[in-house]
Ligand binder design. Structure first.
Ligand code: ATP
Ligand code: MG
Length: 226
């Protein structure tokens, strides 16, 4: 299998006033196309930081990230945003839904950004409806994020990440707010989709049962891979 993402000597520093936090400390890793990887580790160990860098949402302080054989520091911000929209689905730890848009419209938004149109085609509309049903959100399609539960917000964020059938799905604690049964359904949906489309799945999780299902577990402590 060829590699889709590579980190070489990646460091990530956050500076907060006079203080520096070394969130990632000399990380080297390779992720292959189609692989299912779980990232585990204690709170504050650098998991979300690593996922943001893997999703090309942020640049390392030093070191190199390669995406599909492209060195990312050589790509323009415009090119990076096209890659993010067309090839990467990101499920954020704190969801980041648009509060003024309904559940349906939040999930549909990446399709509109992708096409540059202001309206969905009927095929796209049906795709959003089908995904809403799979996520158990059909009854909440026209609710705003402020009118749904935490678990439903999480499922909306998952729908928004999956609607474009991205090559890479990155999920930060995707089952964190869900009961066991709903959590298992969501993982089934994520793995089913990644298997059927051959997409790469990278999941940050505290859930050992979920991590065990992955092809590989990356454990991170104090910003370093163990
Ligand atoms: N924007 C920021 N500015 C300063 N420090 C930050 C920033 N974001 C994260 N950190 C620090 O970097 C370290 C790694 O944070 P990160 O969010 O990656 O941890 P995490 O493993 O995802 O934790 P959790 O399991 O609690 O989500 C932590 O010590 C955190 O306080
Ligand atoms: Mg985190």
């Amino acid at each position: 299998m060829s590699k889709i993402l590579q980190f070489q000597n990646v460091n990530k520093n956050y500076s907060l006033g006079p203080n520096q936090v070394l969130a990632l400390n000399n990380v080297n890793l390779e992720i292959k196309k189609g692989e299912f990887v779980a990232i585990t580790g204690p709170s504050g160990s650098g998991k979300s930081t690593m996922l943001h860098l893997l999703g090309l949402l942020d640049q390392p302080s030093s070191g190199e990230i390669t995406f599909n054989n492209h060195k990312t520091h050589k790509l323009s911000e415009k090119k990076l945003s096209v890659i993010r929209n067309q090839q990467i689905g990101f499920i954020f730890q704190d969801f980041l839904l648009l509060e003024e848009l309904s559940v349906f419209d939040n999930i549909a938004l990446p399709l509109l950004i992708h096409s540059g149109r202001s309206k969905l085609t009927s095929i796209e509309h049906d795709r959003v409806m089908k995904l809403l049903v799979e996520l158990g959100l059909a009854e909440r399609a026209h609710h705003l994020p402020s009118q749904i539960s935490g678990g439903q917000k999480q499922r909306t964020a998952i729908g928004r990440a999956l609607i474009t059938e991205p090559k890479i799905i990155l999920a930060d604690e995707p089952t964190g707010n869900l009961d066991t049964h709903t959590g298992e359904q969501i993982i089934k949906l994520l793995t089913k989709l990644s298997e059927s489309t051959g997409s790469t799945l990278i999941v940050v999780t505290h859930d050992q049962k979920l991590a065990q299902q992955a092809d590989r577990i990356i454990k991170i402590i104090d910003g370093q891979i163990q």
